[in-house]
Design a binder for this molecule. Structure first.
Ligand SMILES: [Zn+2]
Length: 308
């Protein structure tokens, strides 16, 4: 049994100078591959059910799937609701057995975001569940623009809501298909100078792997949400598997060929931010997220938040 809450895995990451991957799940095949990747890397993992996933598969099924994978996993697994937009959604997730919920009030006025998030935090905590909130607004590639997180608002938000993790907007953007955004390290320093909450970077697919490594090791960023690059890997592998044999129609046979590439892509993503280990593992990227070069840089920084 290795089902954990978000607090269980982010506390050690905050203190230890590393981060945990929040991998965006769309179904059984990728969820299973993500847990296998985490086991291979000896790292905890956060399985995330976002709005797209929930529109396809009912929440109780996702909860059962995540919990079943966690039960058999050799590493800590968190069952996380990503971007819950209402109290009802968060309640449904908690009732279904998720161990962590994100309430996203980032499109709402500050005071409303604070009040509604605080209510979810209280509710979740009474059920033994962790919570994540968002301050500022992380925009979408070819969609809504971002609103950078204001450090003073972040301080207020963290203090008033008591969230276990806080998503911030510091140059990161959702749904980026290339890893080329510039992260505002000065903004992160300003935020972590006035809070002690583990920070979350949504849209990590757009953040260069070496930047993720630097953030994991030297800042209070303890969770990276990674979806797009893994979806691209899955989609590419699936397309190849379908086209490989036009006579094949058994979908489980076709889908089985997505496992190895998705597992490898997830391993690369996890390794770039995980606690430094002495064993060097091989990597052969699916979508070119090869972290071998950064893996060798053993910096001994701990999070600034730890000593602040
Ligand atoms: Zn997000």
């Amino acid at each position: 049994m290795s089902l954990n809450t978000l607090s269980d895995v982010l506390g050690p990451a905050y203190r230890g100078g590393y981060a945990v991957a929040g991998l965006v799940v769309l179904g059984w095949e990728d969820a299973r591959a993500f847990v296998e990747a985490a086991e291979a890397e000896g790292a905890p993992v956060i399985l995330q059910a976002g709005p797209g996933c929930r529109a396809h598969t009912p929440l109780p099924i996702l909860a059962a799937m995540f919990r079943t994978l966690a039960d058999d996993a050799a590493v800590p697994v968190v069952a996380h609701l990503d971007h819950g937009y209402s109290r009802e959604e968060c309640v449904a997730a908690i009732d279904a057995g998720f161990t962590s919920v994100m309430f996203d009030g980032s499109r709402k006025p500050l005071q409303q975001n604070i009040e509604e998030t605080a209510a979810i935090v209280e509710l979740a905590r009474s059920a033994g569940v962790s919570s994540e909130g968002e301050i500022g607004f992380v925009g979408y590639a070819a969609g809504e623009g971002s609103a950078a997180t204001d450090p003073e608002e972040a301080r207020l938000f963290a203090e008033a809501t008591q969230v276990d993790a806080m998503a911030v907007s510091v140059g990161n953007v959702h749904l980026k298909e290339s890893a080329d955004v510039t992260i505002d390290f000065a903004a992160i320093r300003a935020i972590e100078a006035v809070t002690r909450v583990p920070l979350v970077i949504h849209g990590a697919s757009g953040v260069p792997p070496e930047t993720r490594t630097a953030l994991a090791r030297t800042t209070a960023v303890c969770k990276f949400n990674i979806g797009t690059e893994l979806r691209k890997c899955f989609g590419t592998a699936l397309r190849e598997a379908v086209n490989r044999d036009p006579a094949r129609f058994d979908r489980n046979a076709i889908l089985s060929e997505t496992t190895a590439p998705v597992r490898q892509a997830a391993r690369n993503a996890i390794r770039a931010i995980a606690a430094v280990r002495e064993t060097g593992a091989e990597s052969a990227g699916c979508e070119g997220v090869d972290t071998k070069s950064t893996h060798g840089e053993r910096t001994a920084h701990s999070h600034a938040g730890k000593s602040a």
